[in-house]
Design a protein around this ligand. Structure first.
Ligand SMILES: [Zn+2]
Length: 468
């Protein structure tokens, strides 16, 4: 009888919904061959790399790891079967096979690290999983503190390892504009907290990595607030007073330039099927005092600058939709047509958006933000409220939204950058990303905090998320 810790199916993170142990075990007789059809060459290479990392020999031998197409499995679903002489990974698409490979890498990591350098026998049986939500997101703020290309690629690999599939990239804000630009080249580079911008080559390489890992990128161009960098560089983008972090809603030149910049953002990410327009936290007091904004208000026969703001954001939404993509806004931006995706982070308009029928991404700041403190003892900035990892793990997006289940696309973990220089980034993200990945992937009825803590610690101890 093997000990439970030899049953590596129980080490997978996020936890698969169905585990069926069987008689016998896979005892390593090196070398082990890896066999895969052409469409899964990428995953086979990753497995070989992992085996080398775990000091396992790859090559012809009596045992084999086989990757097999299985059209009966749903998209992004996967199955692992372990028998004494063969481990089989099954999936019906590229993403599913990558998740199966990641799960096997996690099993091998525990089988090697728990054995003090000797590979432990793995209990035979099967594990099966289908992600609970189609939207398993992670948002990174590269606008406040800049994040290097190398860090982005590392984060994409970590996301893929834990079956996350949407990289929401916050690229513009008050403190910095990180995209290259032909429309306004002087925008990129300098930042208030940290300098840096991505080159065209960086963007191309990051897109290529995301494509290989089945991650879609959602770039965010945050408007009409959060625009201090834009206004500093192009002062005509602001209201006449020059004050505020919001672009002027009245001037035609602002609308023209914003339209050009938005087109440029979309051209930089041709395969992105969603574009995030922000729309959050805009202060209206400068619009109230601005002759251009007031003139536009009268011309359009609108009653308030908030209506003018709504009209401005709606024009950007239409521009995104005209390019054949979907637009996303934060929920405090207002109520927009039901074909706009809304990302919920605060209470304002939460129920109104759901009742309006909009598809939603759930990122309540009190449950999904990674920049918060997970240890009271470390508190040093008022902004960074405490948020325990257990609060991330026990979050369920259906709670309180029972009538709106079909509108909930999934959950997104958000990493804001005001207080987070790059050196602290991974320490802040990792304990929460895995907890929220399990919210996105697993069966909520099977969630068990102590099991998660154990698996998370073992996987981080093994360090295998960096293999991808
Ligand atoms: Zn104005």
């Amino acid at each position: 009888m093997l000990l439970r810790e030899h049953n590596c199916f129980y080490e997978i993170l996020p936890q698969p919904e169905k585990i069926t142990p069987a008689e016998g075990s896979f005892e390593m007789n090196a070398p082990v061959a890896v066999d895969a059809p052409g469409q899964y060459a990428f995953q086979a290479e990753r497995l070989k790399k992992a085996m080398a990392y775990f000091d396992m020999t790859n090559g012809p031998g009596s045992q084999i790891i086989r990757l097999a197409e299985d059209p009966s499995l749903p998209a992004d679903g996967w199955k692992i079967s372990v028998a004494p002489q063969e481990i089989t990974l099954r999936a019906s698409n590229h993403a599913g096979m990558s998740y199966a490979a990641a799960a096997l890498i996690q099993m091998l990591a525990v089988a090697t690290s728990a054995g003090k350098g000797r590979f432990l026998a793995m209990t035979c049986g099967t594990a099966e999983a289908v992600p609970r939500f189609p939207w398993r997101g992670f948002m990174l703020d590269s606008a406040r503190h800049f994040r290097s290309r190398e860090t982005i690629i590392k984060l994409l690999r970590i996301m893929a390892h834990f079956r996350c599939n949407v990289f929401h990239w916050h690229l513009t804000d008050n403190e910095g504009w990180r995209l290259p630009s032909h429309v306004a080249p002087e925008l990129s580079g300098r930042g208030e907290l940290h300098d840096g911008a991505y080159s065209y080559e960086d963007i191309a390489e990051i897109r290529e990595e995301a494509r290989a890992l089945d991650i879609r990128i959602v770039p965010e161009f945050d408007l009409p607030g959060h625009s201090r960098r834009l206004i500093r560089v192009l002062p005509e983008m602001g209201c006449a007073s020059g004050a505020g972090d919001e672009v002027c809603l009245g001037k035609k030149c602002v609308r023209d330039k914003v339209g050009e910049l938005l087109n440029e953002v979309m051209e930089l990410f041709p395969e992105s099927t969603e574009i995030h327009l922000g729309g959050d936290e805009a202060d209206s007091k400068h619009w109230e005092a601005c002759p251009d904004c007031q003139k536009a208000l009268l011309e359009r026969a609108l009653n308030s600058v908030r209506e003018l703001e709504h009209e401005f954001v709606l024009s950007l939404i239409r521009q995104v939709q005209d390019s054949g993509r979907q637009a996303i806004v934060w929920n405090d931006a207002g109520i927009y047509p039901a074909d706009v995706i809304v990302q919920i982070w605060v209470e304002k308009n939460r129920l109104e958006n759901l009742k309006n029928g909009n598809p939603v991404i759930m990122s309540p700041c009190g449950r999904c933000y990674t920049d918060r403190l997970f240890d009271w003892e470390l508190q040093f900035a008022e902004f960074q409220n405490y948020l325990g990892v257990q609060d991330n793990y026990l979050y369920d997006p259906y709670t309180g939204h029972e009538d709106f289940r079909s509108q909930i696309l999934g959950v997104e973990c958000c990493s804001w950058g005001e207080y987070l220089p790059e050196r602290r980034l991974l320490n802040k993200i990792l304990p929460r990303l895995t907890a929220l990945a399990e919210v996105c992937c697993g069966d909520p009825r099977q969630k068990e905090w102590t099991s998660f803590v154990r698996r998370d610690a073992r996987q981080r101890d093994a360090g295998c998320e960096f293999i991808w």
